[in-house]
Design a protein around this ligand. Structure first.
Ligand code: NAD
Length: 292
């Protein structure tokens, strides 16, 4: 796909972080945007931001865990925009907890958003995308879809599954007009940690336990946001990946190095991570891109 002008893009989780900037950058490139989020207020903020561009915008309060709401969405999009060319399955959450302390309903809630949301959106929009001369499905996994750490079992289960689902789908659609991409961000400075749910056994990250840096959960969320790549830059990298038809889109040097670590040491990759600290410190990029 060479450009996004005159395309119609559906974006879930568009109220914050990478989803918001995907919407802004597509609108800036002349594409119409269908912004969806479960959070009404942050969605309205994104709507104001994309209205600065001369494109058609529709805004939908959508919980991606709600299968029926997803089923009803394509008709609404076609009624407003006449077509759909790209779907960004970006909405996602995490739950900080050991597996032992994670209640069944807590597990299910993350699976419903991070995995079933992606699958149901893909199912609902695929027939419309296949009708277009060029189209794309862009599913957000994580670098945590390549490697695992403790106390994130449900997040890993969903993100490894999104990767498996997306890679299989890419093979099925390789002779069609639909490009299929899997996105693997590293550390991006968004609200994902400040809004994350947690159980007591993972309330304190390592920084808090060691008495270094953040002292409260709130400070930890702020530090995560401050030290990560700016989400506008992440969105730019994702869109470049779509233009270049990259099957796997790694976002950030940290994501690339962590991926390398699991290729070199498939089961003990974390032993290599201390070696990455210096290059990551030297090449940190927290700058927002211009005009966003
Ligand atoms: N930030 C990171 O470091 C990072 C790293 C790897 C992967 N990711 C993934 O990137 C994606 C975007 O995350 P982000 O970092 O921009 O986070 P974010 O918290 O800033 O944005 C996520 C958005 O999804 C929305 N959302 C949550 N539950 C929803 C639901 N049920 N239905 C619809 N919308 C819902 C939230 O309201 C929010 O606006 C997620 O899938 C996340 O797992 C993030």
């Amino acid at each position: 796909m060479q450009n996004f002008a005159q395309k119609v893009a559906v974006i879930t989780g568009a109220g914050s972080g990478m989803g918001r900037y995907l919407a802004i950058l597509i609108a800036k490139a002349g594409g119409d945007v269908v912004i969806c989020d479960v959070n009404k207020d942050s969605l309205a903020e994104t709507e104001t931001l994309v209205h600065r561009y001369n494109v058609s915008v529709s805004s939908h309060i959508l919980d991606v865990a709600d299968k029926d709401a997803i089923k009803a969405l394509p008709e609404k999009v076609i009624a407003h925009h006449g077509k759909v060319d790209l779907v960004f399955n970006n909405a996602g959450v995490t739950y900080d907890s050991s597996f032992e302390n994670l209640a069944e309903e807590q597990w299910d809630s993350v699976m419903d958003i991070n995995l079933h949301g992606v699958v149901n959106m893909t199912r609902a929009f695929m027939p419309y995308l296949k009708d277009r001369p060029e189209a794309a499905i862009v599913n957000t996994s994580s670098i945590f879809g390549m490697v695992a750490v403790a106390k994130q079992s449900v997040y890993h289960a969903t993100k490894f599954a999104v990767r498996g689902f997306t890679e299989s789908l890419a093979k099925e659609l390789k002779d069609s007009s639909v490009q299929v991409h899997c996105v693997h961000p590293g550390h991006i400075g968004t609200n994902i940690l400040s809004t994350a749910k947690f159980n007591e056994d993972n309330e304190k990250g390592p920084g808090i336990s060691l008495g270094l840096g953040p002292k409260t959960r709130e400070e930890m969320g702020d530090a995560f946001k401050k030290h990560g790549m700016h989400p506008s830059r992440a969105a730019e990298i994702i869109l470049q990946g779509v233009k270049k038809k990259k099957a796997r889109i790694f976002v950030g040097l940290d994501a690339k190095l962590i991926d390398l670590s699991q290729r070199l040491m498939p089961t003990h990759y974390e032993k290599l991570w201390p070696l990455f600290m210096l290059p990551l410190f030297l090449f940190r990029n927290k700058k927002a891109i211009k005009d966003t």
